[in-house]
Structures are given as C-alpha cells and as structure tokens.
Design a protein around this ligand. Structure first.
Ligand code: C5P
Length: 306
C-alpha cells in the first residue's frame, strides 16, 4: 500500500495570542504543492520504520527518527489502537519534502501512514476508519496533519486543524529554496512570542485576508504574490539571518511574492508561469543563496493511494 502526500506552503500564517494549552490561535491558509513524499506500508511482524531520500532528491534524512519518535509511527500505532489490531507493518518513507523545513513534511508522512495503515489493516467494504475518523486522528497527531489528508488550498482555524476549502482557480507556480539545516517549529513560535513581548505588541485574533481569497478565487498570481503573509517570518529570519539574502535575491529576480514557508527555513517564491519559475530557479541557483532548489505547482490533492 503506497500513499503519495504533498508538502504545503502557507499563503497566510497569522498568529494570534498564545493559548493556555501552549498553542496559538491561527488563520493558516494552507496550499498543497507538487513536492511529495511516499509512504509504503507492507505487512510485517512488528512495526518498523525506514526513511530514505527519494530518488533524485537531495533531502538530508539523517535527523529523522526511525523509532516511535517518528510521527508516522505514532500514526500507525493510533490506527492499530482504533482498529483493535497489532501494529504489524513496515513503513518505508521516501522523502522529497525537506526535513524540519516549514513544509509540514513530518505531518505529511503521518497523514500518509494513517491512510496506508487504515487500508492495510481494514479491507472491509465499509471501513471502520472513514474520512471523518481519519481527520480526527490526524488532528490528534498534529496541527498540520489534517491538511495533508485534504490537500488543495484550505483555510485552517483554531490550531490550524479546523479546515475549510478555499475557492481557487488555475495553477500557481512556485520555486522553493531549501536551506542547510532545519528550524524547530516550537522554537520559532517561542521567538515570535518573545519578539512581540519585547516590542510591547498584543496580538489580536487573526482574520482571513480578503485580498488573498480574491486572488485565489480569480487565479490572479500577481494579486496572490502581494497578499502572501507570514507572522512567523521575522522570528525565522532572526534565527537564520542568511534567509534575508535568499528572499532578497528572489525579489530582485522578479518573483511575484517571496516569503518564508511556515516556520522555515525553506523560502517560497511565486512565479508568473512555469517558464518564469524555471528562470527564477536558475537565477537563485546562480546567486548561490540556497542549499537546493525545487520547482513545484499547486494546488494538488492530499494523501492519495497510488
Ligand atoms: O501541532 P504540532 O505538534 O505540529 O505543533 C508543533 C508546535 O508548534 C507546538 O508544540 C507549538 O509550539 C507550535 N504551534 C503553536 N500554535 C499552533 C500550532 C503549532 O504554537 N497553532
């Protein structure tokens, strides 16, 4: 059972106040792009996880845990517990999504593992774990996991797990600049809180950007480029100052929009067309401001059995 699952870029990431449970209320507009991981589940006596870089991808998988610290392993255990079966599967994860890159790669793998294990262990015509149940398990695993199941473009409220599809038209073309090393999501949120406190800012409840929704609905890439926002970006730039040069290089090369993806350090650049994306990629490569570059388009579907 092999499941393909996309990375995400956040088109709007508005961070509200810190809640009592340690999370922040968000307006998180997710957009799934054609940079994907694959998770294969095969029957095995016990749960086993292996992680490798996908062919032709230069993702560094050295830091990915292969034990129960892997979110995909936790997904498998959760599915087994719900179905009342032993977690008898070997999960092989082939990664093209950068690790700790702000593109929800770990969440994507967990979503893929949910789908793969649910199918592997329950072949009833009317499965016990349908779409609604899988979405619930996904939200238990992490704030970004439900979106990896759903894909497309969606507005996430609450922790980001309460999803509503966004109306979009056409395809958007992206270049992603991968950085050397990752950033820890909790560390970036902490830095964001610290920065705000130092500036005496009191964050208000975030609102969905009308400008962004209009650009998406009309397929207006220029409008979308101008409407991209990420409240975590100042914190990510403080933790990895080299990203300033990366963003500036993309803007100088004519990107319609340039921002840090999620908690970073991957930077996302919006292009006018696939051709423009290829030029942008070549320019960024020549500028030497990224460890690796990837071209992708969105929106694409969520976790899919292949
Ligand atoms: O939900 P998930 O485990 O992916 O979140 C990782 C971390 O990101 C949380 O522990 C928290 O520090 C931060 N986070 C947050 N507010 C959110 C989502 C994530 O503070 N809405």
């Amino acid at each position: 059972m092999t499941v393909r699952v996309p990375a995400k870029v956040n088109l709007q990431l508005s961070v509200g106040p810190l809640r009592d449970d340690g999370y922040h209320d968000l307006v998180n507009v997710f957009h799934a792009v054609s940079l994907t991981d694959e998770v294969t589940a095969v029957p095995s006596e016990r749960l086993h996880i292996s992680v490798e870089a996908a062919p032709r991808s230069r993702v560094d998988v050295a830091g990915v845990p292969t034990g129960r610290g892997n979110l995909a392993a936790r997904a498998a255990l959760l599915v087994a517990a719900r179905l009342g079966v032993e977690p008898q599967a070997a999960l092989r994860i082939r990664k093209a999504i950068p690790v700790a890159g702000g593109m929800a790669g770990g969440s994507a793998d967990a979503a893929a593992a949910l789908v793969a294990c649910a199918r592997l262990w329950d072949d009833r015509e009317d499965p016990l774990l349908g779409r609604a149940e899988l979405l619930e398990l996904a939200a238990e695993l992490g704030s970004d996991v439900p979106f990896a199941l759903v894909g497309g473009t969606a507005v996430g409220l609450g922790r980001g797990e309460r999803l509503t599809p966004a109306l979009t038209r056409g395809t958007f073309h992206w270049v992603f600049a991968l950085a050397e090393g990752g950033l820890s999501t909790p560390a970036v949120y902490d830095e964001c809180d610290r920065l705000r406190a130092a500036r005496g800012e009191r964050p208000r409840s975030p609102k969905v950007s009308e400008e962004l929704m209009t650009a998406l609905a009309t397929g207006d890439a220029k409008g979308l480029g101008g409407a991209l926002t990420n409240d975590l970006q100042p914190a990510a730039l403080l933790l990895k100052p080299a990203l300033r040069r990366t963003l500036a290089a993309g803007r100088d090369l004519g990107a319609l929009g340039a921002l840090v993806s999620g908690s970073g350090p991957t930077c996302a650049f919006l292009a006018e067309s696939d051709e423009h994306a290829a030029d942008l990629e070549a320019g960024l490569d020549a500028a030497g401001v990224a460890a690796a570059l990837v071209r992708a388009h969105g929106p694409v579907s969520g976790a899919t059995i292949i």
